[in-house]
Write a protein that binds this ligand. Sequence first.
Ligand SMILES: C[S@@+](CC[C@H](N)C(=O)[O-])C[C@H]1O[C@@H](n2cnc3c(N)ncnc32)[C@H](O)[C@@H]1O
Length: 225
Amino acid sequence: MFEQQPQTLREKVQKLANQSLEQSDPSAWFDILYAEAQGDAGQVPWAKLSPHPVLESWLNDRAITPEGRSALVTGCGLGDDAETLAARGFEVTAFDISPTAIAWCRQRFPDSPVNYCVGDFFNLDPAWRGQFDLVEDCRNIQALPLNVRSQVIEAIAALVAPGGTLLIITRDRDNDSEPEGPPWPLSDAELAEFSQWGLAEIQRHEFFDGDNTIKQLRVEYRRSH
Ligand SMILES: C[S@@+](CC[C@H](N)C(=O)[O-])C[C@H]1O[C@@H](n2cnc3c(N)ncnc32)[C@H](O)[C@@H]1O
């Protein structure tokens, strides 16, 4: 999530995140960061203003027929992944806890068919349960601390329709000791929690980011009928 960010931005993120954690509100700092960026994506460490390459490669490698199929992009940030799914023909909903990020998406993509909305992993619309053929979560679970991880995993899993697909893009860590974050990479044990909620792992793709040293994963899960 924070690959190659300048030191000052890293310090700012750390300070804002620590303040949120002290208030036991781990998501509180995101809207502050987006608002203080004042439209400059260079002040948002994860914003690349392009879809994630491993989402694109996943889409390119499959004979997907998206027409009429629904997709949900969780923690959508500035909207690039949502836009690429919409361009492929999915009917896309995308949410983020930050009203500033959602307003920024609407401003960037004024003619977008994507339904952008404010939403919170910890308080999702119950009507969304089991509704989406494809759910994509890119670098969001790692942005939240370990003490809320199981809750977020359960909330994301619940969104996938019967027969639907979940794509998780995340940093990976090799052991179960507590990492220093943010970000807090996911362990195998945490990734395996999706199976508790009816999602079977179908494929795991490992890749590296940053200066080629940050291990990341794209994991594809499927909910059986
Ligand atoms: C590291 S960023 C990743 C953004 C985007 N997925 C990407 O890959 O560019 C984490 C995102 O999660 C959002 N977020 C944090 N807590 C959230 C929550 N409780 N519910 C929904 N979104 C949340 C943040 O506002 C932020 O946009």
